[in-house]
Ligand binder design. Sequence first.
Ligand SMILES: Cc1cc2nc3c(=O)[nH]c(=O)nc-3n(C[C@H](O)[C@H](O)[C@H](O)COP(=O)(O)O)c2cc1C
Length: 506
Amino acid sequence: MKSDIDYRNKLVLAPMVRVGTLPMRLLALEYGADLVYTEEIIDWKLLRAERHTNEVLGTIDYIDTTDGTVVFRTCPHERGKVVLQIGTASAERAVAVGQMMQNDVAAIDVNMGCPKDFSIKGGMGVALLYDLPRAKAILEGLVQGVRIPVTCKIRVMPDLDETVALAKELQSTGIRAIGVHGRTKMERPRDPVNEGAIARVANALHIPVIANGGSQSITRRHDILRFAQRCSTTSVMVARAAEWNCSVFRADGPLPLDDVIRRYLELSVRYDNSPSNTKYCVQMMLRSLQESPIGRRLLDSQTMQQICDIWEMGEYCRETQLRYHFAGIKGRRACRPRTQSGDGGPVAEGNEPTASKKRCLEESPDSDPEPLNEENVCFIRSNFIDDNSLPKSKLYLHAVRNGLPRAQYEVQQKDKLFRATIRFDGQRYTSSFWEKNKRYAEQAAALVCLLKRGVESRDELIRNGAMLPAKNGPAAAVVELTDSSKTDAPGESETNGEARPMVESC
Ligand SMILES: Cc1cc2nc3c(=O)[nH]c(=O)nc-3n(C[C@H](O)[C@H](O)[C@H](O)COP(=O)(O)O)c2cc1C
């Protein structure tokens, strides 16, 4: 994509892990944001992804080749307006990412403000502000190596002169704009934002500064513009105020939360966003209402249909999912991931994912008296058109029909991967495939049980991608992992769809 962005007078959706996925970005644009940042994505996650055109959704998907997760999804509606934010500690990797993705994003931003441990330990985020040569090398590499605009997002330093000097050094790399979050590395989101510090930087630079950190004083567009004025900038990036009610960007004033949630759900279904990511974002919108009856229903929900039912959109969800199903939606099946035994791809210092995954394959000797039936089967959510057809529901019905006690599920977790074993009718059943969340692990084990008991056919599982035929025989071997879940945090895998506490801001 040949892109040239004028960073002045822009209202921007700030980068937010888990929140800044495609549906939220589209919502922000609909409500009046000019630019939308992705969540921070770590460079090596992008580098081990493959680009796929998703014909059914009309999207471009970057799919992680090690686990089949969608790392980044974009569509024509955000073309020219979506800014990819990366987490990186390496100029080489940053440039490789930029070159790989420059046709699909409008600009690239380097996160130099994240104070979290995983970032700092990997030499990323705010660590770059204390390693200026490396920060400059990354930005210079990108400016020279890609055709799209390059920016970075920083925090202020405790010393204002130092902040200004640092920002000038970063400006000298040729970046087009700089996002300044008016809090230091040690300050938390509840601490007051230092608008004066942002103004000092803005007045000292010749490139546009995008002021950030004002959400506590923002509930409508007018507040955003006033924050910009106080910070001596013309552009602002908004995080939490947009997370709480994305219609904060609207010129005609914000909309009632229910309207915003409905539209968000519509976009989530339309773009096959994962239930866990959707649930998380809606929970963040509900905030104090999480204890209300609606909040509790949301907490109990696991599937997209259950979430949509709460806002009376279940029918829309069912119809759309059915349509996608019959259109042969592939999603993660578009790429065949490598197995988890260790070929995890390029790795950032301090972020090695492969060693831990290797450990997942190490099993202790099995001393359980009940025989273990094992198959390599994965659970693909889009294969099941409604909740009643899910493997666990089917197994439950199978037990009832045959007068057998209900299946007992045990889940093992190693690092961020899950595997379930079912005890049923004197036997144990498990899939040798480690899933990215507990629910999927249980569903995969239930599939194995149904397969072994003749309720599901091997041919059908092979046909729908849950198993692959072995090269020299009928047994399944490597599994294509695909689902509509999403890796939600940099370098992290999905969390079982449960609400996580409010993410500390980067
Ligand atoms: C849920 C959440 C996730 C965030 N993720 C990122 C991120 O991926 N990259 C980043 O640079 N900042 C991230 N931040 C920080 C925000 O972009 C922003 O700097 C901060 O929230 C202050 O802006 P605000 O007052 O408008 O919320 C995140 C903040 C929140 C609340």
